[in-house]
Structures are given as structure tokens and as C-alpha cells.
Design a protein around this ligand. Structure first.
Ligand SMILES: Cc1ncc(COP(=O)(O)O)c(C=O)c1O
Length: 414
């Protein structure tokens, strides 16, 4: 028998309560402020957050809204009622194409330039593999790349003799022109491409991708972008950026199901970037892909449609205003050094702070979670700094940000 809507909600609630129970300390902080309070763009009831948690961790994984989960569940239940329902792709293409069309509209490109993937990593790997680089070729990557956007290039360096030139972005950088100058100086005769994150997972710095793409195009080389920390957080129009390829995740700022992603490959780069899996077609169902997770792909479409209905400009403004508020509250705190750009063109809705060596970032993160029900993350080890990172998104409130700052300041001075 099919569970009705109410049963399904109860089931989802139970899952979320169970998961949270193992993650969080039993006692709730009296200071914790529920998501979706005043000043938020949407209501707390739209999410399954455990009671009282302030979730400032979307850059790690974003939450799905109830509507997104229900869209996926409905599709999944339909599928499981007769598992071969879509066998031979019968009808599935049309459903999956709907998400592809939505993704193309959201990113400002043609549907023929979009592929639905599993993650940013799978998109970036597909681009690297599809470039068929060879010994002697050179590529430029920044020294702030996340492993998901770097591994593909390192693979070609390790096994094919491709040379990697590192574009150094000093901590605290806040000048687009300086970044551009350094990039320009790294381009050599055999340079084939520049690969950079749009927003760094290390510091939240927003790279001047439009300018880097223009530089790449003027030199006849490609610009490939890791957009894991940008799409859904800030407005991304791939045509305005002018890049050749752009990979993103469904499961972070887009608030789509885990294990979903989007890859854009510009029309004029499709003959140069030729991943095996998209050789036959960019369609979601193709001989190059095999069976895909249709339920999650449909959920991704629902998640994007929701952000469209709110308006990405409005989301970006909200997210940035909270981040800037946090910046102001933390900028003069003892034992804390902000390493993200101040409010301005290079800022994004992520804020990273450096801690003194004597205060371990993992301890601070655990204390905030277990004692105060505030979820943030320690900065990535590979970037070599002992830091913490906050992310502010559509469901976060001024109260949450104020409380997080207050609690952190108290803990650091204790
Ligand atoms: C900049 C960047 N690239 C890639 C990834 C990996 O994303 P995914 O798990 O979707 O592959 C992350 C994850 O945090 C990231 O921050």
C-alpha cells in the first residue's frame, strides 16, 4: 500500500530526528535560534532541520526542502511500483530532460550545452578526461583548488606528462586586477587551459571569472570553472562569464538531492572537450551513461525551480547581507583573523577565519555544534590553515548570525 502524504512526512521527520540524534549532543542550547525566523527568505517548516540548529554549512552540503524531497519520493515510489517501468528508457528521457531544460535556463545557456552529472567532481573529471591532454601541454590551476576540481588535472600530470603551473592567490587577496596580472604572466606557448574555482572553498573569494575567460579567449586557450560553491549562492550566467566549461553540484547551494550535479560545455568548446560518456549525446539517458538516478534528478529540477521562483538576485543579496553582517561582527575579535574579502566584488556568502595554532579548528567546530547547535566546518587541511568557515544561505537569519558571532566570541575568550 502506498503511504499517504502524512505518513511520508512522519517518516521523513523520523529519519531526520534519528540522524540528528547521533550527530548532536543531547542538550539543546537555550541560545539556539530556529532557521526560518524573521529576516529569512523562506519558512523553517519548509526544511527538515533538527530543532534549534543553526545550519551555517551549506558549502559542505545544502539541505533539501520538503517539496524537493517529496518530488523525488513521488518519482521513486512510482518507479519502484514497477521497476522496469522506464526500461528501455521508455518515458524516462522526457522526465529527465525537464531538469536539463531547467538547469540550462538557470545558467543562461542552451540545453544542448548542459549535462546532468552526479557532482562537481564528476563534471570536472569529465572535462579533464575529455581534453585528451598530452606530454608537453601546460595547464594553469590556482593553489586554492578543491580536490574535486584538481584531481583530473593531476591525473594527466602524473600519467601523461602534462605540466601544471600554479596560480598563487595569497591569503587575504582582494584585488581582481592583481589576480589577472598573475594569470597573464603564467600563460606560455603550450598552455592549453586555465582551471579555477568560481568561489574558493578555502576563503570564499569570488574569482574574476569573466575577466579570466576573456583573457583565455584572447590567447586561444580554454577557461574551465569549478562552480561547486557558486551556483545557487550567487547569480551565475555562463554566457556572461564567457567560460568554456562550468561544473557544479546539485547538493550544495542549489539545495538539490545528494549525488546530483550539472556540467556546462559551451558549444564552441564541444569539439575540444569530448568526454567518453557524452560522446553519443548530452542527454541524461544515453548509451554513455547507463541507468541514472531519475528520482534525484527530478528533485534537482524542483530545487532549481524553487530558487528561480524566489529570484537568484534576491537570494544572493540575502546571503551576502548575512555574510557581511557576520564579517562586521568578527572583524575585530581577538584570536580570530578573517581571511575572506571584505564586502565587495570578490566577496561571496562564505566567510573563513584563521585561528591561532593553540586553538584547534576542529575543537571550535565541535564546541559550536555540541554546545550551541551551530553547524559550521573546519577549513580544508590541504589549504594549510587552521580555520573555520561559515556559509549563509536563504534559510538563515540575522538572529542566527548574531548568535553564532556572540557564541564564538565567548568561546574564544573563555
Ligand atoms: C570548490 C569545490 N569543488 C569541488 C567540490 C566537490 O563537490 P562534489 O562533492 O559535488 O563533487 C567541493 C566540495 O566542497 C568544492 O568546494
Amino acid at each position: 500500500m502506498k503511504p499517504d502524504r502524512h505518513d511520508r512526512r512522519m517518516f521523513l521527520k523520523a529519519i531526520s530526528a534519528g540522524a540528528a540524534g547521533s550527530l548532536l549532543a543531547a542538550s539543546a542550547s537555550p541560545n539556539a535560534v530556529a532557521a526560518g525566523g524573521p529576516n529569512t527568505l523562506n519558512a523553517a517548516s519548509e526544511y527538515l532541520f533538527t530543532d534549534g540548529i543553526a545550519y551555517l554549512n551549506t558549502g559542505t552540503l545544502g539541505p533539501c526542502r520538503r517539496e524537493t524531497i517529496e518530488a523525488s519520493m513521488k518519482a521513486w515510489e512510482g518507479l519502484e511500483s514497477y521497476p522496469v517501468k522506464y526500461y528501455g528508457r521508455n518515458g524516462a528521457e522526457e522526465l529527465a530532460e525537464k531538469t536539463r531544460i531547467t538547469a540550462a535556463r538557470f545558467l543562461g545557456c542552451d540545453v544542448s550545452e548542459i549535462v546532468i552529472t552526479n557532482s562537481t567532481t564528476s563534471g570536472m573529471n569529465a572535462v579533464a578526461q575529455g581534453m585528451r591532454l598530452k606530454a608537453g601541454d601546460r595547464i594553469i590551476v590556482t593553489d586554492q583548488e578543491h580536490g574535486g576540481g584538481l584531481l583530473g588535472w593531476e591525473y594527466f600530470a602524473k600519467y601523461y606528462g602534462v605540466a601544471i603551473d600554479k596560480l598563487v592567490i595569497p591569503r587575504g587577496e582582494n584585488k581582481a586586477e592583481a589576480i589577472l596580472d598573475r594569470t597573464r604572466k603564467l600563460i606560455q606557448k603550450n598552455t592549453k587551459l586555465i582551471s579555477a574555482s568560481h568561489v574558493f572553498s578555502s576563503t570564499g573569494l569570488r574569482m574574476p571569472i569573466a575577466e579570466i575567460s576573456a583573457l583565455a579567449r584572447s590567447k586561444g586557450i580554454l577557461c574551465v570553472v569549478d562552480g561547486a560553491q557558486s551556483v545557487g549562492a550567487i547569480k551565475v550566467n555562463v554566457k556572461e562569464l564567457g567560460c568554456h566549461a562550468y561544473a557544479t553540484s546539485g547538493h550544495k547551494w542549489l539545495m538539490g538531492p545528494k549525488g546530483t550535479g550539472i556540467l556546462y560545455i559551451a558549444k564552441d568548446a564541444q569539439s575540444i572537450i569530448r568526454p567518453i560518456q557524452f560522446e553519443e549525446s548530452y542527454n541524461t539517458y544515453s548509451d554513455g551513461n547507463g541507468v541514472v538516478n531519475l528520482a534525484c534528478i527530478l528533485g534537482l529540477g524542483t530545487a532549481i525551480e524553487y530558487l528561480e521562483s524566489v529570484g537568484i538576485e534576491k537570494v544572493e543579496a540575502h546571503d551576502l547581507s548575512l555574510r557581511n553582517r557576520l564579517y562586521d561582527k568578527l572583524k575585530n575579535v581577538r584570536n580570530l583573523t578573517i581571511v575572506s574579502p571584505p564586502a565587495g566584488p570578490l566577496a561571496s556568502p562564505m566567510l573563513a577565519c584563521l585561528l591561532p595554532d593553540a586553538i584547534k579548528n576542529t575543537t571550535v567546530v565541535q564546541t559550536l555544534l555540541n554546545k550551541h547547535k551551530i553547524s559550521i566546518r573546519p577549513t580544508h587541511k590541504e589549504f594549510g590553515f587552521n580555520g573555520i568557515r561559515f556559509c549563509t544561505h536563504i534559510f538563515n537569519t540575522e538572529n542566527e548570525v548574531d548568535n553564532a558571532a556572540e557564541v564564538l566570541i565567548k568561546e574564544l575568550s573563555a
